[in-house]
Design a binder for this molecule. Structure first.
Ligand SMILES: Nc1ncnc2c1ncn2[C@@H]1O[C@H](COP(=O)(O)OP(=O)(O)OP(=O)(O)O)[C@@H](O)[C@H]1O
Ligand SMILES: [Mg+2]
Length: 496
C-alpha cells in the first residue's frame, strides 16, 4: 500500500493555544486510519490544515503521492482528491438537499435529470432516505449528517476524511456507514477516521494515530491495541470503569405526562412519569420521536393535547421561557442550533440561565457570576485558554461540555438531555455521568435520550423505547437488554 498522503511538522498556534505542535501523519491508500485523542487534542485542527480550511503555521510539509503540494484552500484540496466531512455540519440550511449536493460542482454539464439521478445515488449510497427538494433546515440532525456523507461521496475522492461522522447517527445508520467505509477501502480510498466511539474504531481501523494536547503520541497497527491501550495513550493514564451507577433513593413523581400528542412533532399519545433521583433513559431509532418529545416538554413545539404535570401541578408548557421558569432544563442534541451561543464567551454561555442567582437589584454581580462559571468549567474539565474565549473557538466536545455546564448551574427539577455525550471523549464522559449522578442524588429527575445502547443500559434506572412517535415499552430497572431494546425499537418479532 502506497503512502497517498504525508503531512509533516504541522503546527498550529491560536492566541493562547498551541493546537498542534510539530505533528506528523501519513495515510496509505486502502486503509482506514483512525485519528484519536481527547476533546481538544487537535484532531479537527489537523483535518482543517489538511483540507486548507485553516492554514498551518509555516514549516509544515504536505505530500500527495510523494509529491509536495500546498493545499492552501479547500478548492485546491478538493482538486487533489481530498474530501472531508467536518465535525460541525457545513450545510447551507436555506438551500435544498439537492442544492447542497451540487455546491462546488461547477464542472458538471447542466443536465438536470442526470444531476438529480447522481444526487439520488449518492444519498442512497450514504443510506439517507431524504427528498431532494427539502430545505436542509427541515432535516433532523442525523439526516444532516447523512447528507454531509453523501456530499463527500459525490466528490469521488481518493482521500476521504471523516470527523465524527457517526456522532449523531443511531446504531443502524452507523453500521451502514461502516459497511460503506469498508467498500471504499476495498476500492483503494485512503480514509482518515475520527470518532469517540471506540468500539467502532476498534472494528473499522487498520491503523491508529493518537494525539494528546496537540502533540503526536504514537501510531500503531489496530491489531496491537485494545480499548484500554487506546485510552492509556489518549489520556496518558488509565481510566476506571465508565459506568458506575450509584443507587440513589427514588423519590416523588416529578414529571407526569399523560396522552401527550403533538402533530408538529409527530408524537402520539405518550404517557409516562419520571421521579426525583431517577434517570429515565429513552432509546429508539432516528425519527422515533425522542427529540420531538424533548422539544414538546421544553415548549419548543407545544403539545396539541394531553397533559404535563410537574411536581404535582398541571403545566401548560407553551414556550421554552415557561419551561425554564418552571424548572425544566434541556440540553439539545444539535447544540449549534440551541445549545451554545458561539460568539459569546464561555463564561456567559455557562451563566446565561442562572443570571438571576448573580443579580442584585437589577445589576449582575460579575464577580459572583465569574466564580460560578469558573467552578462549572473546572468541574466539567472544559478545556479553554480563558473564560472569556468565545465558545466558537473551543473544540467540539468542549462546546458540548459548556452546554451542559449551563444547566448544571441552575439545578432544575427536570433535566432533559438529548445525546449528552455525543462527541465527548471517554474521560469526559465519565465526568458527565458523575455529574448526572450528583444531580440525581439531589433529587433532579433526569430524562436521557441516547442512541448509544451501552450508555442507556449503563446509566438508566428505567428505560423507555420509542417508535414512530409512541412510547412502545418501558423496562423496569435491570430488565432491559440490548437485544430487547432493539426489538422494540425496530418492531421485529416483538414478544407480548
Ligand atoms: N479557531 C480557534 N481559535 C482558537 N482556538 C482554537 C480554534 N480552533 C481550535 N482551537 C483550540 O485548539 C485546540 C484543539 O482543538 P480541536 O478542535 O482540534 O480538538 P479536537 O481534538 O478536534 O477535539 P474534539 O474531540 O472535542 O472535537 C483546542 O484547545 C481548541 O480550543
Ligand atoms: Mg474535533
Amino acid at each position: 500500500m502506497s503512502k497517498i498522503l504525508q503531512f509533516e511538522h504541522v503546527s498550529k498556534t491560536f492566541p493562547g493555544v498551541k493546537a498542534l505542535d510539530d505533528v506528523s501523519f501519513s495515510l496509505r491508500s486502502g486503509e482506514v486510519h483512525a485519528l484519536l485523542g481527547e476533546n481538544g487534542a487537535g484532531k479537527s485542527t489537523l483535518i482543517k490544515a489538511i483540507t486548507g480550511v485553516q492554514l498551518a503555521d509555516p514549516g509544515a510539509v504536505m505530500r500527495v503521492d510523494g509529491k509536495e503540494v500546498r493545499a492552501n484552500s479547500p478548492e485546491i484540496a478538493q482538486g487533489l482528491g481530498i474530501a472531508a466531512i467536518y465535525q460541525h455540519p457545513t450545510l447551507f440550511s436555506e438551500l435544498s438537499v439537492m442544492e447542497n449536493l451540487m455546491i462546488g460542482r461547477n464542472g458538471w454539464l447542466i443536465d438536470w435529470q442526470q444531476r438529480r439521478k447522481d444526487a439520488q445515488a449518492c444519498l442512497e449510497q450514504a443510506g439517507a432516505a431524504i427528498p431532494l427538494d427539502l430545505p436542509v433546515k427541515n432535516l433532523r440532525m442525523a439526516e444532516k449528517q447523512l447528507l454531509e456523507i453523501a456530499r463527500a461521496l459525490s466528490q469521488e475522492a481518493r482521500i476521504l476524511i471523516m470527523d465524527e461522522p457517526t456522532a449523531s447517527l443511531p446504531e443502524k445508520d452507523a453500521l451502514h456507514l461502516l459497511g460503506l467505509i469498508r467498500q471504499l477501502r476495498a476500492d483503494g480510498v485512503g480514509i482518515i477516521y475520527i470518532s469517540h466511539r471506540l468500539e467502532e474504531v476498534l472494528e473499522i481501523a487498520d491503523r491508529m494515530t493518537i494525539l494528546r494536547d496537540g502533540k503526536y503520541v504514537a501510531t500503531h497497527d489496530a491489531k496491537d491495541l485494545d480499548r484500554a491501550g487506546i485510552i492509556q495513550l489518549m489520556a496518558g493514564r488509565s481510566l476506571q470503569a465508565m459506568y458506575n451507577k450509584q443507587q440513589v433513593p427514588i423519590g416523588e413523581t416529578v414529571l407526569k405526562v399523560d396522552g401527550l400528542t403533538c402533530g408538529a412533532g409527530n408524537l402520539s399519545n405518550v404517557s409516562f412519569d419520571v421521579r426525583a433521583g431517577e434517570i429515565f433513559g429513552i432509546a429508539g431509532l432516528v425519527g422515533a420521536g425522542r427529540t420531538e418529545l424533548a422539544r414538546t416538554l421544553f415548549g419548543i413545539t407545544p403539545a396539541d393535547s394531553g397533559s404535563i404535570h410537574l411536581a404535582g401541578r398541571s403545566l401548560a408548557v407553551d414556550s421554552p421561557e415557561r419551561a425554564i421558569a418552571n424548572g425544566i432544563a434541556y440540553v439539545p442534541e444539535d447544540r449549534h442550533l440551541h445549545g451554545v451561543v458561539e460568539d459569546m464567551a464561555v463564561i456567559e454561555n455557562v451563566t446565561i440561565a442562572s443570571l438571576e442567582q448573580h443579580t442584585k437589584r437589577g445589576l449582575v454581580d460579575r464577580a459572583s457570576e465569574e466564580m460560578a462559571g469558573a467552578e462549572a468549567v473546572r468541574r466539567l474539565g472544559v478545556k479553554t485558554p480563558s473564560l472569556f474565549n468565545p465558545v466558537r473557538n473551543l473544540s467540539g466536545g468542549n462546546q458540548q461540555k459548556v452546554a451542559l455546564a449551563r444547566w448544571m448551574a441552575i439545578q432544575p427539577k427536570l433535566l432533559v438531555l438529548d445525546e449528552p455525550t455525543q462527541g465527548i471523549d471517554v474521560g469526559a464522559k465519565a465526568e458527565i455521568y458523575a455529574l448526572m449522578e450528583q444531580l440525581a442524588e439531589k433529587g433532579v429527575a433526569i430524562i436521557m435520550i441516547s442512541s448509544e445502547l451501552p450508555e442507556v443500559l449503563g446509566m438508566s434506572d428505567r428505560i423507555a423505547v420509542m417508535r414512530q412517535g409512541e412510547m412502545v415499552k418501558v423496562f423496569e430497572p435491570g430488565a432491559a437488554t440490548q437485544e430487547a431494546i432493539l426489538e422494540h425499537a425496530m418492531e421485529v418479532s416483538v414478544a407480548s
